[in-house]
Design a protein around this ligand. Structure first.
Ligand code: UDP
Length: 314
């Protein structure tokens, strides 16, 4: 089985590479390292089943390698708000042009395709928890729109290729996920807080900290993705952990795990920052017999250990 993983050197992509390498599959990782990190894939570089293309998916000429892929996972995209604020055009292109490149390959090789969409397609949701049939509340010209609308376009073109050419496509909407291989300067709340706690800085909280998020540990997400690709289900599926916390609660949880008193520095809110986010995962439970099993407490502990090692190696 030949598997292409775009964004394979990123946080989620590198875990997916690892999953399939462990299964003995031939894994092709394409990543231009805009926000990915070669260190995430360095353990696999010597594996004869692993191939790394340091290339931009929107520009790469796949006829150069001519591999008959069986599965294509399109994961490449800046995913942290500071990253997509810094790379707005790249974010739009990788989710639009990049998705179409993958769909054309899917068609050529009669492969299976999975597009990694996001809970951001729900925008600042007016209903909670969010179910797949909620259409969202997105500001199409706001700062976050490059990511939100890029992902919405990615979903739309995936469905168009599915309907017009009968491709075997899959859509996942990933809710906040965390774990090893996140960059320490990624900007997302969990690596930020862990980095701040390890460097004796205060936790930075944007706004009042009463906004909520539901955090899924990476291993749970990978289990969901790899189950979904085995089905013939084409409509979007939420993948995330439904346990919801305010950002203030997350800060308290980390303080208690680290057994440390850490001050909080409140900063101005980020424009259009969703107030609530919690997945309804009843579809994934029924379809995939899947639900997250790793608590925030356990996941944070594992993440702290791995980010500590990452910091020491720097
Ligand atoms: N956040 C925060 N402090 C930080 C980083 C993030 O208060 O240092 C907040 C952010 O405003 C948002 C939530 O934490 O409300 C989750 O942010 P993150 O960037 O992790 O992901 P998002 O869910 O916004 O994509």
């Amino acid at each position: 089985m030949k598997i292409l993983i775009t964004g394979g050197a990123g946080f989620i992509g590198s875990h997916l590479c690892e999953f399939y390498i462990k299964q003995g599959m031939e894994v092709w990782c394409i990543d231009n390292l805009l926000t990915g990190n070669e260190k995430n894939i360095s353990p696999f570089l010597k594996d004869p089943n692993f191939h790394f293309l340091k290339e931009d998916i929107t520009k790469f000429d796949f006829s150069k390698i001519s591999v008959n892929f069986d599965i294509i996972f399109h994961l490449s995209s800046p995913a942290s708000p500071p990253d997509y604020f810094n790379f707005p055009i790249e974010t739009l292109w990788v989710n639009s042009i990049g998705t179409e490149v993958c769909l054309k390959l899917t068609q050529k090789y009669n492969a299976k395709f999975l597009f990694s969409s996001t809970s951001e397609v729900y925008g600042d949701p007016l209903v909670s928890p969010q179910k797949e049939d909620y259409w969202g509340n997105v500001n199409s010209i706001g700062l976050r729109s490059v990511y939100d609308e890029g992902k919405r376009y990615g979903e739309a073109i995936t469905m168009a290729y599915h309907r017009k050419f009968n491709l075997n496509t899959h859509l996942i909407r990933i809710f906040n996920t965390y774990g090893p291989n996140m960059r320490l300067n990624d900007g997302r709340v969990i690596p930020n807080f862990i980095y701040q706690s390890l460097t004796s800085q205060p936790f930075t909280i944007y706004g009042d900290g009463k906004q909520t998020r539901s955090f899924c540990y990476i291993d749970d997400l990978i289990a969901g993705i790899t189950k979904l690709i085995q089905t013939d289900y084409n409509l979007p599926v939420n993948l995330g952990n439904p346990d919801e916390f305010t950002i203030l609660e997350l800060a308290e949880k980390l303080k208690s795990i680290l057994k440390k008193e850490i001050p909080i520095k409140f900063l101005p809110p980020i424009p259009d920052d969703p107030r609530k986010r919690k997945p309804d995962i009843s579809l994934a439970k029924k379809l995939l017999k899947w639900e997250p099993g790793i608590s925030l407490q356990d996941g944070l502990q594992k993440t702290i250990e791995s980010l500590k090692i990452q910091m020491e190696a720097k």
